[in-house]
Design a protein around this ligand. Sequence first.
Ligand SMILES: NC(=O)c1ccc[n+]([C@@H]2O[C@H](COP(=O)([O-])OP(=O)(O)OC[C@H]3O[C@@H](n4cnc5c(N)ncnc54)[C@H](OP(=O)(O)O)[C@@H]3O)[C@@H](O)[C@H]2O)c1
Length: 292
Amino acid sequence: MFATYDMLGLTGIIYLRKGCVYMKYLTMNNGLTIPILGTGTNTFGKENGSFNGKITYDTKELRSAIELGYRSIDTAIYYRNEAVIGKAVKESNIDRSEFFITSKIPTDKEYIETNELVQHHVEQSLNAIDLDYIDLYLIHFPHESNEENLRVWRILETFVEKGLIKSIGVSNFKEDQLSYLIKHAKIKPVLNQFQSYPGKHQQSLIDFCKANDIIPEAYQSFAKLDAKTKDILIEMAKSYKKTWSQIILNYQVNEGLVVIPKSHNKQHQFENIDIFDFELTKKDRETIKHMN
Ligand SMILES: NC(=O)c1ccc[n+]([C@@H]2O[C@H](COP(=O)([O-])OP(=O)(O)OC[C@H]3O[C@@H](n4cnc5c(N)ncnc54)[C@H](OP(=O)(O)O)[C@@H]3O)[C@@H](O)[C@H]2O)c1
């Protein structure tokens, strides 16, 4: 299974070759690594593949993703499918240590009003996923109060100290919210997950994260793309014999973003992981960067 292990001389970037799939890993500010590409799951294991659908515990989308080489899986309390993720990992019979599981706690009152509630919901995540530990746990979106974010953060820190969560980070945080946390936290956030796609890269947030040694992670790389932008990408993709979706993901990972595309379709899942064997020209990278 494990064929080569190359350091390519790029700081913090490791390429692993497992079976026939290349995966690139980034080193986080705590020394642990994260696959640069994972799968989103917010509609997986649900009736009609719909976000609000009843949980079916069907692992078919995860099974095909894992077969194709995906090892990083992004879930959240909000998605209600943490147990489906744990079930799929166990069914795979692949060593737990090969996986990288992310979950998230929301900051709505019902989840964080008291320290006991935060503690309870993190424990619920650990129990639902049921894989001994969680690799990365995020505050799903910022509370309007920085002090409240910090209070939740301090509880997450205790889970890291206990070894039940390996790394902690945030999602949908802006520069000022990150700055506050960096200033007051014992453990620095390793990553910020936010919406990023051609047309809305959030370049200044990407730059801020990188300058502070926090990995930027893009969600919804595809979902909000407008038709005109997509047409330009379809045209651009032809010369690489790739698809518009592969162009986006290749661009994002080349920019140092972790990506978590989601698909219910095996062919799309394959396309989305088959992005490491070509290089966009500087001109095309610039075109994508300036798409607004
Ligand atoms: N932190 C947050 O606040 C937050 C918010 C939103 C999402 N997320 C996370 O980010 C993940 C990704 O976001 P998302 O699921 O909303 O959207 P997405 O990954 O940007 O896009 C999913 C859509 O793209 C289509 N698609 C996927 N691959 C394709 C391909 N190769 N060719 C053509 N179409 C393709 C899918 O359809 P098919 O199924 O037909 O392929 C689906 O309609 C989520 O699942 C979730 O884990 C986090």
